[in-house]
Design a protein around this ligand. Structure first.
Ligand code: AMP
Length: 216
């Protein structure tokens, strides 16, 4: 089944975990602007180094750069099963540019899935999150503890806290989310594309509900 989907929600609402499950089940092409910027930064390209400056401050990368990256990706000709846009758009300007890019084509947006999560839970999830430095596996100091504290169950790598997962940095990311990204919910609701889900539900139940919605 082909579907073109936008995945939205505040930081740590569970977009990454949900995206992985949806990709496995449906074979969508995953387009994550955050991943593309981080990969470019690792490669040391000009784009990557510029984006890294904004990312490290918890700011949004400027619209013209971000829109350019997505435009190029959408035109690679590999979207036969549809796409899952994760982390884009994040501003009204990006949403309008996306609408222009896909208008009247087979890449037009079918649905926008929004994960809702209250702020206290976001803070709990983000500040307790630990990542394996070696393989990137995620843990949580209360709800997903490793067998040995500070050590990855899968590869024995060291667990660390991302610089932007502190309470201070999260405040900045949330401020950006509320001022720049949240207005997009009304934008897509007015277009009749938005469907919201409660991300506090158990992950299996949530996944089932979302699959039913996608299949329907
Ligand atoms: P993410 O992995 O989606 O949380 O993105 C990590 C960081 O990349 C964000 O905090 C922004 O600095 C940058 N970024 C990702 N997507 C966008 C976007 N659509 N617009 C602007 N900046 C973005």
């Amino acid at each position: 089944m082909k579907k073109n989907i936008i995945l939205m929600g505040p930081p740590a609402a569970g977009k990454g975990t949900l995206a992985k499950k949806l990709l496995q089940k449906y074979g969508f092409v995953h387009i994550s602007t955050g991943d593309m910027f981080r990969d470019a930064a690792k490669e040391g390209t000009e784009l990557g180094l510029t984006a890294k400056e904004y990312i490290d401050r918890g700011d949004l990368v400027p619209d013209d750069i971000t829109i350019g990256v997505v435009n190029e990706r959408l035109h690679k000709g590999d979207l036969g099963n549809g796409y899952l846009l994760d982390g884009f758009p994040r501003t009204i300007h990006q949403a309008e540019a996306l609408a222009e890019m896909v208008k009247g084509s087979s890449s037009d947006i079918d649905v926008v899935i929004n994960l809702e999560c209250d702020e206290a839970e976001l803070v709990r999830r983000v500040t307790g999150r630990r990542i394996c430095r070696n393989c990137g596996a995620p843990y949580h100091i209360e709800t997903m503890k490793p067998k040995v504290e500070g050590v990855c169950d899968l590869c024995g790598g060291e667990l660390y806290q991302r610089a932007d997962d502190t309470e201070e940095a999260l405040k900045n990311r949330l401020k950006n989310y509320y001022t720049q990204t949240q207005p997009l919910l009304d934008y897509y609701d007015n277009l009749g594309l938005l469907k919201s889900f409660d991300s506090l539900k158990g992950s299996d139940e949530l996944f089932e509900e979302i699959c039913e919605f996608i299949n329907g």
